[in-house]
Write a protein that binds this ligand. Sequence first.
Ligand code: FAD
Length: 237
Amino acid sequence: MEIIEIKGKPTVKVLDKGYVRMVDTMGDDLTVVNAARVSYDKQKEELDERDERLIRFLAREGHTSPFRHASLQFEIYAPLMVARQWWKYVVGSSHQDNMVAWNESSRRYVTEEPTFYILAPDEWRQAPENSKQGSGDPVDTVDGIEISGKLIRFINEGERLYREALEVGICAEQARLFLPAYGMYVRWYWTSSLQGVAHFLNQRLAHDAQKEIQGYAQAVDVLARKDFPRSLEELVK
Ligand SMILES: Cc1cc2nc3c(=O)[nH]c(=O)nc-3n(C[C@H](O)[C@H](O)[C@H](O)COP(=O)(O)OP(=O)(O)OC[C@H]3O[C@@H](n4cnc5c(N)ncnc54)[C@H](O)[C@@H]3O)c2cc1C
């Protein structure tokens, strides 16, 4: 995946209009090692082979607290259905935790034009044979063209009704009920401990995660590995 820059920060594009942008990080692989060695009053300035072995040991034995001294902050632009899945990561990562946060553009205040995830005709997937899997192989292109057209018409109609409601004086926080929500792009900040990021990656890089969030997980993985290559190598299996 190609890393580009948006507003001066490394970013990976996902889906038709989405992205993951790495806003900030606190710490690196050395932070994990130094946190683990604090009981020996040891502080390293550079990672060496012994440190790599220590990271491997910590991850293997489930001594996870040193991985919570590092944190990562991302800006994500994704369809609401992806945000909804992401939002389930609550430990060390979001809305229920006092130390970190989740802030999202809500559309209560009209700040930008509604934007929607519109699949190309060859991106639709069949219903799966195994109900435990979310989806199957791509559908035939002819069906895809028809279904993409229907989605666009549905979105256009929702947007039309939304604007009509605004024009007659309905407040934005209620007028948004007309917008087809699952595919509407939302933007949010996600701050998580390194351990929280690894947990998210383990679940959402997996083959049984929805394809759309898998794409976002791949973007998070590429960006996070810049500062935490050794830790993520051991934590993400
Ligand atoms: C393929 C897939 C399909 C899914 N389908 C659905 C679905 O249909 N419906 C749905 O609602 N969700 C679904 N989920 C979401 C899933 O149930 C989890 O909510 C989500 O994956 C977040 O994981 P988590 O609960 O481990 O994360 P967190 O809540 O962040 O927890 C992280 C870890 O902390 C520990 N922990 C958390 N709370 C406690 C506690 N109270 N006591 C002790 N330890 C704790 C656990 O080890 C946990 O794994 C799905 C997830 C995946 C990956």
